[in-house]
Design a binder for this molecule. Structure first.
Ligand code: SF4
Length: 318
């Protein structure tokens, strides 16, 4: 009865606010719809970094969730976390527990600013062995000072009731008890909500990708002061090292264009003048011209034109 009264007050008098951390995946879309359907004013946060491009989430997807979203760029401080995670890595270079603590801390700040009552996510209990177990969920809550304030609508009935449920701001009965990696229930719910047919954001988290993780690991070893710009550069082609100089060779036209845009002052660019071929960016402290010969050979090899003419230019100069 008390809960029901609180629920009615919420609907008619107060405006309950919540912050949703979303990736654009189906789980976060369903979670958002579930919370909105309980009359809550939802403020969505999308985190963006070179490692995952939730910021490229289709506008259609955001519209379908029925609310506005704000993108928070994860800068150099996040890179520091990726380099030195307190709780280690998952299968690749993904520091999921530290990453979640980072995101929740950001959300806690915004929660205070906009006077929201809680944070919610699309996390599903036991969906990921490294970061979505009960113990790790509790740990991330504690470390971000959000104990009792993180609601996971898809698994709520399997978890301890959160403060918004206890206070009657959210009707626990309308939440779910989903656990594990199977997506059957989510697909059923998506169908019911008219969410089926929506494309998931491409790519997921690159830090879990074995090949990218290897490149990043090497980058951290070679350059302890790696920046986000470097992490972005190694995404865009084949990566080679000549001593401590980084050489990235594009694999297709799209990568060549991206590399050309990512080249910054101090970098060198090599491209084929007399034939189509890859573009190459050279970054680092160049001690001698050997590195240019090395990089040029890579370009000619992938151009499959050993006799092609190559040009070496300093980035930003013709
Ligand atoms: S998969 Fe990537 S984005 Fe997701 S929690 Fe782990 S590190 Fe963070």
């Amino acid at each position: 009865m008390i809960c029901h009264v609180a629920y009615m007050i919420k609907l008619f008098v107060m405006k309950i606010r919540a912050i949703g951390l979303v990736s654009g995946g189906l789980d976060s879309m369903i979670a958002t719809r579930l919370i909105i359907s309980q009359g809550v004013d939802v403020f969505l946060i999308i985190f963006a970094s070179p490692f995952f491009h939730a910021d490229l989430m289709e506008k259609e997807t955001i519209d379908f969730m029925g609310t506005e979203a704000t993108v928070i760029a994860m800068g150099e401080e996040y890179l520091h976390i990726v380099k030195n995670p307190e709780y280690g890595y998952g299968s690749g270079m993904n520091p999921c527990i530290d990453c979640k603590i980072y995101m929740f801390r950001k959300a806690a700040k915004i929660m205070e600013e906009i006077k929201a009552s809680f944070v919610f996510t699309g996390e599903v209990l036991n969906q990921r062995p490294f970061s979505q177990t009960r113990a790790f969920m509790k740990l991330t809550e504690k470390k971000s000072n959000l104990e009792g304030r993180i609601l996971r609508p898809l698994s709520a009935k399997l978890l301890d009731p959160t403060i918004p449920e206890i206070e009657g701001l959210i009707d626990r009965e309308k939440l779910f008890a989903i656990s594990g990696r199977q997506r059957k229930q989510q697909l059923y719910l998506a169908e019911k909500m008219g969410l089926s047919g929506f494309s998931q954001p491409a790519g997921g988290c690159l830090l879990t990708d074995r090949i990218y993780a290897e490149k990043l690991k090497q980058l951290f070893l070679k350059w302890p002061y790696t920046t986000m710009e470097d992490a972005e550069l190694i995404k865009r082609g084949r990566v080679f090292w000549h001593k401590d100089v980084l050489i990235v060779v594009g694999r297709n036209k799209n990568e060549n264009e991206l590399l050309a845009n990512l080249a910054k002052t101090g970098d060198f660019v090599i491209y084929c003048e007399s034939a189509p071929g890859p573009l190459c960016v050279i970054r680092g402290k160049i001690a001698d011209s050997e590195v240019f010969d090395y990089a040029k050979n890579k370009v000619l090899f992938y151009a499959r034109r050993p006799d092609a003419e190559c040009r070496i230019v300093e980035a930003g100069k013709k």
